[in-house]
Design a protein around this ligand. Structure first.
Ligand code: F6P
Length: 552
């Protein structure tokens, strides 16, 4: 079918009408579906790279899936995907290409943007980052006193923090054993104070990571750290101290120089990399120092594996597409408002936080990319915690509450740290919980089953589990750098798929601007400027007054 120049309103498609008709009659019954359909697990289980993805415990049948794929066809998902991958300016409101996938193309690939092949540029920067990381890791890069670097502090926020810190935690088993990375993001001075606590300036190196190099939090923290460093290294030449203890990652290399960082110590990237899609650019420099260039290259190869799957697999077998479409089904037809991501891997404890920016900054939009208001729900609230901690906190609501909470469960066959409790392999105990939870959510427990356990009749209803609570199970052999790359790329493309169905620009983030502007405007009032305070609304005036009365 030919595509209109603007986004398609998905509610005008025949597939959407078909899905509405299906919804009206839809009675999910996973117990029956499993009993009557021995092929269900095979049909709804997919492989993408090293990821094994079982969607059979989702609230989906063949008819729903076919209608969702038809919806993807009608809104032009594959065309939009191909536009992204070839560098069309699909970030319409910022008039930019969206090419994070170019960051992980192999060196012998080519991708022309405005007449220039971007792949050699990507690999030039990678080589410089790798060389820098090798020097820090080997001790060849020394601080101003001649000592080797022991701590790398990444200063950044949002996409310039969440990706590196998530991956640093996830790949703990691969870290250099003599170099620690720390991360400062919040403008709450407590963050800088506690992160710097106990560090020796002579052995500390700062990486100021900011795409724009204009972010208030990051520049303030960078200045705090610079002052801390120069104070601790008093007596040494200041310019030399900054040169040996500060590097920067940014697209705005002129601003890096203005800050006093030697351009030779700066690593660039490009406006076609969105902040929340940038952990595989030079923004990952702290991670490269931690795990080394070879492992980082494996991470990039993992991303690329998933990109290739997304680019080439038919929609009916395309895991990110199918998961994105299911999310649309749950959001727009079954009324889900949130989506839980539950890694059964302690090392992924920052993964839900990382995904919150990826998904919610991308798809939390109320207008399509041509500016027309949407008349349907978009971006769900993503949240989560590692299992089994979540089991003892919020799973009650997922099992028995009144809301539908689709959940992704993630687990690995081989643990990073195999430990035994006597004869018991603790990882197996852990995985038993992973398997048990999705089973309980899918199939529940009937009143008769509860009664058969001898339960008092009055409390039988409280002990019934309705089941039919949808989950996706994602498994991989182990949490290696490559698998982490595949996992992140999977969610990038799930997010993209949802954005295309909804017709929104998943790559801008205008919604964070107003708060930033107002903070600048209100700042003098907080410091005591009565005239500026008087311009605020009554509630804000009252809150500022409270602050000024109580500040010691
Ligand atoms: O929160 C808005 C945002 O622009 C994010 O998209 C971005 O990741 C973050 O701020 C940090 O921006 P920068 O890397 O330019 O400092």
């Amino acid at each position: 079918m030919s595509r209109a120049a603007g986004p398609v309103d998905p509610t005008t498609t025949s597939a959407w009408s078909g899905l509405e008709a299906i919804t009206a009659e839809f009675i999910p019954d996973l117990s029956r579906w499993f009993a009557e359909d021995p092929g269900r697990v095979d049909r709804f289980t997919f492989e993408a790279g090293d990821l094994h993805v079982d969607l059979s415990k989702g609230l989906v049948d063949d008819e729903v899936l076919a209608a969702l794929v038809a919806l993807a066809d009608e809104v032009g998902l594959t065309e939009r995907r191909d536009q992204m991958l070839r560098g069309d300016r699909i970030n319409v409101t910022e008039d930019r290409a969206v090419l994070h996938t170019a960051l992980r193309l192999p060196a012998d690939a080519t991708l022309e943007l405005d007449g220039t092949d971007v792949v050699p540029e990507v690999h030039d920067v990678l080589r410089r980052v790798y060389d820098f990381a090798d020097r820090v890791r080997s001790g060849a890069w020394t601080g101003v006193t001649g000592e080797r670097i022991r701590t790398v502090v990444n200063i950044g926020i949002g996409g310039s923090d969440l990706g590196p810190v998530m991956a640093y935690e996830a790949l703990a088993a691969y870290r250099h054993d003599q170099i620690e990375c720390r991360f400062i993001s919040n403008i709450d001075p407590t963050d800088a104070a506690t992160t710097l606590s106990g560090l020796d300036p002579a052995t500390t190196l700062f990486i100021v990571s900011s795409k724009t190099f204009g972010t208030l939090e990051t520049l303030t923290n960078a200045r705090l750290c610079k002052a801390w460093l120069l104070d601790g290294l008093a007596g040494h030449d200041q310019a030399e101290a900054v040169a040996k203890h500060f590097v920067a990652v940014s697209t705005a290399l002129d601003k890096v120089a203005d800050f006093g960082i030697d351009p030779d110590n700066a690593f660039g990237f490009w406006d076609w990399v969105g902040g929340r899609y940038s952990m595989d650019s030079a923004i990952g420099t702290s991670l490269v120092v931690a795990i080394g260039p070879e492992r980082f290259a494996e991470l990039l190869a993992g991303f690329h594996t998933m990109d290739e799957h997304f680019r080439t697999a038919p929609l009916t077998e395309n895991v990110p597409v199918l998961m994105g479409l299911l999310n649309v089904w749950y959001t727009n037809f079954l009324g889900a408002e949130t989506h839980a991501v539950l890694p059964y891997a302690q090392l992924l404890h920052r993964f839900p936080a990382y995904l919150q920016q990826l998904t919610m900054e991308s798809n939390g939009k109320g207008v399509r990319w041509d500016g027309a208001a949407v008349a349907y729900d978009t971006g769900e609230v993503f949240w989560g915690e590692p299992g089994t901690n979540g089991q003892h906190a919020f799973y009650q609501l997922i099992h028995q509450g009144t809301r539908l909470v689709p959940a992704d469960f993630i687990a690995f066959a081989t643990p990073a740290y195999p430990l035994k409790d006597g004869a018991t392999d603790v990882h197996e105990l852990f995985l038993a919980n992973f398997f048990a939870q999705t089973r309980a959510l899918a199939f529940g427990k009937t009143a008769d089953e509860v009664r058969a356990e001898g339960t008092r009749e009055e409390i039988v209803p409280s002990r019934v589990f309705t089941g039919n609570r949808p989950t996706a199970s994602i498994m991989a052999p182990e949490l290696s750098p490559s698998v982490l790359g595949q996992l992140v790329a999977l969610y990038e493309h799930i997010t993209f798929t949802q954005g295309v169905i909804w017709g929104i620009d998943s790559f801008d983030q205008w919604g964070v601007e107003l708060g930033k502007q107002l903070a600048q405007q209100i700042s003098p009032a907080v410091a005591g400027d009565e005239a500026v305070a008087a311009q605020q609304d009554a509630s804000t005036q009252s809150l500022i007054a409270y602050y000024r009365r109580h500040r010691q």
